[in-house]
Design a protein around this ligand. Structure first.
Ligand code: 4NP
Length: 169
């Protein structure tokens, strides 16, 4: 069975997707599953490539016992569409751009994060130009969705014959 692999994507890869990467890794770690899943994050834009996450994301993660300060931003690369079996965008604009960037056989790997997590057609809003409260809300949404994704991954890892993560309902 190939190792499940998930790429979280937002616009800048400094606020939402690095937080999702850190939160899902922490949730999986608490379940003893972190080694079994390949997790990364990227942005559709390259403006912040090489930068650490936004200090507000680092702070809300740290308040919840998660260290994301060592992560560095990067832009989505063409090879991500073959390397990652799931590519989860934070908002509709991320998903649309990802589908436009994907090769023809790569578009079904792309989903809206909260939709894939069973929360419905809901965006994780861009908190960059808002205040600290926005980051609290973003953290809460990401946390709940990450728990749901971890449950799906757990079901898959305990039933390897069932195939790809995206096929589990
Ligand atoms: P992110 O937030 O997509 O969650 O990382 C943003 C970061 C930077 C910008 C916009 C959104 N920006 O315009 O530079």
């Amino acid at each position: 069975m190939p190792k499940p692999s998930i790429l979280f994507v937002c616009l800048g890869n400094i606020c939402r997707s690095p937080l999702a990467e850190g939160v899902l890794r922490a949730v999986l770690s608490a379940k003893g599953m972190a080694e079994g899943v390949d997790i990364d994050s990227a942005g559709t834009g390259a403006w912040h490539a090489g930068s650490a996450p936004d200090p507000r994301s680092v702070a809300i993660a740290a308040r919840n016992g998660i260290d994301i300060s060592g992560q560095r931003a990067r832009k989505v690369r063409p090879e991500d569409f073959s390397r990652f079996e799931l590519i989860l965008g934070m908002d509709h604009s991320n998903v649309e751009l990802l589908r436009a960037m994907a090769p023809q056989d790569g578009t079904d790997r792309v989903h809206l994060f909260l939709d894939f997590a069973g929360r419905g057609d809901i965006e994780v809003p861009d908190p960059y130009f808002g205040g600290a409260n926005g980051f609290d809300e973003v953290y809460r949404m990401i946390r709940v969705a990450s728990e749901a994704v971890a449950d799906r991954l757990g079901a898959r890892l305990s039933a390897p014959a069932r195939g790809q993560v995206s096929s589990i309902t």
